[in-house]
Unconditional design. Sequence first.
Length: 402
Amino acid sequence: MSLNSNTLIEKLVRKNLSILRIITFCCFSTIGFFILLLAGTVYLDYGKKFGEDSTIWKANYIVLNKNISALQTLTGEKPDFSTEEINELKTQPFVKNVGTFVSSQFPVKLQIGGIGGIRGFSTDLFFESIPEQFIDVNKKEWNWKEGEDFIPIIIPKNYLNLYNFGFATSQGLPQVSENLFKQIPFQLIIGKGEKQKTYQARIIDFTTKINTILVPENFLQWANHNYANKNNINPSRVIVETNSEGDENSISYFEQHNYDINRDELKNNELTYYLKLSFSLVLLIGLIIVLAAIWLMIINFQLMIEKNKHKTKDLFLIGYNINQLARPYLKFSFIFMLISYIIALPFVYYLTKIIQTKIGKFMNLDNSSIWIVTCFGIIMMIFIYIINKIILKQSIKKIVLK
């Protein structure tokens, strides 16, 4: 059929369009797209950062140790965890996984030569390690093999702060950034006597979650065996992966068993869970509004097809195919959906800028995900268009083939 023929079908469709329904559809779909795009952008930009802090620690982890009593101090009893206690901890409903800390049982001395205005110094250290699945760090950097003389290390960020704002200030030494501190090489003198050996080391990351110096677990197990002749030592601390939603009974359980915990960690884990849940609910609400508005538009077009079924069947009999008959309905539905999407975009962009200005004071953002979310929205519209096309063609097919 000619272009004029298609124009005639469009006129037929346009004649039956309800302005009120179109405005209602555009309003609701605009609101839905706005919520969907804004929530998606904010979640991608800030969602991960709520559960991390430039640190290697994953979310929903807490560290347990036992409270030390005066009696233990006098008797020399060690407040460590037995195998039975660890197994019991694993059976608790709020616990997903349990890992144990391994502590160094040999002397360690750190030496740093003078570099970049920093005076050389040496100090005694200790090491600890945890299973690799409990940390999130570059696997290429966080590894050690027997025979290697280089040891990667993770230290608490407050150690750097103590140097910069305490030691360096009082001694007139230059302050050092995190990136520069990671580049400083130093030596570790491990063991004593004939077994003493010097290793090269470098800090690869910082953590604010726990005050300990971490090294790879396989290195520490090997070093305890070779430098201290100790293997199976009961851990004095354990790391626990908790369920995302938390459990109000967990605190009472820890208190009953004389376990010392950082309550802020539990609160932060719970806050992170509910925050992510809120984002998910907002995304779902936005998606429901968009789909509901589009579904109402599809029903509206189906009613129009039903209302004009005799004319539609006559057009089919005189030579119009199903695609030609469906095209005007698809065209108008996509135009209305695209208009709603375009109206929503500047509002989303403006509000994300305001959010970046406010949150940027507390949290750095390298790149916004708004354009990724925008592309996802376009893909979603194309998907909806395809579904709409299938539904409308089926409706027209039923009418013309009766």
